[in-house]
Design a protein around this ligand. Sequence first.
Ligand SMILES: [Zn+2]
Ligand SMILES: [Zn+2]
Length: 369
Amino acid sequence: MKMRAAVLESFGNPLVVQQVELAPPRAGEALVRLKACGVCHTDLYTASGVDPSGYAPCVLGHEGAGVVEELGEGVQSLQVGDHVVTLFSPECGECLHCRSGKTNICLAIRAQQGKGYLPDGTTRLSRNGEPLRHFMGTSTFAEYTVMPEIALAKVDPAASFETTCLLACGATTGLAAAIWKAEVEQGSTVAVFGCGMVGLGAVVGAKLRGAERIIAVDRSPGRLELARSFGATEVLRADELDPVAAILDATAGFGADYTFEATGRVDVMGQAVEAARMGWGLCTILGVAGRGEKLEIVPRLLITGRRVQGGSFGGARGRTHVPQLVDMMVRGELDLDGFVSHRISLDQVNHGFELMEAKDGIRSVITFP
Ligand SMILES: [Zn+2]
Ligand SMILES: [Zn+2]
């Protein structure tokens, strides 16, 4: 079929929205009609050419939500008409890692996905007969996508597409880290470094878990105000004071029970470790640092009981946890409407990148008619 898609033709240049070809789903795959898609830093990072594993041309986009329109052979867990969220991190349920119950890093399709192919090593995307590669196994800056069944989370259709698409990436990363990865305890003190979508997700997750104090750290007063509106009880301007000293001060010198890092900066990761409480403080690293960068930790911090963990996608197992988060939205326990700052069309995708570079709002969401 023919469809419109935003193609990364070459690094460092705007995406070009154009007509491309999409082949029907093969065995174990589904055709999804996109209804909404968030514009994320990871898309921009790849488009800029800084990402060493990036490739072009390809169709970018990974924060999609839509409706299943056609099934390939053998698909059991999805039906035509199902509402789904696209997952760059699949959950096959059968590999060694999925069966362990200890990690969300599914081994099923990693190798091919990283190279821009679907699991059978081919692409469904093409242009004038030339294959066009997929991005993160998702390629959701497009009217339609074909994806493996194991990378689609079936969710309650009562939730809106423009909020469920946020759960494809950043929002789930922060939420899942606080709820399931760190398992924040009721009455605890939490510090969140960085108040973009991931950090705000951690604030919301910590609040859901009943944290008593949530200290948000950022350089932007606007972001800190947002953090307050999502549940932060105290805010710290990282450009005006030493956040570690301020957190120790605010906790009788002990530090926070849980800290979350959501900036991708290794110096901030170090601060998040230092601000964790002596004895049992748990620091969860969520930001993606530049290749080759190192996090330095004074061993004394670990010997005296602080723990450090990390989690891609916040440790969320996509097909298990994303539907649970959507259920919480439908029940009114979780409200992500405030995360959507701009609604744009597919043709305005480059404007979405500009808004992000200007740090204007939290998330631009492409909506499809
Ligand atoms: Zn993303
Ligand atoms: Zn697996």
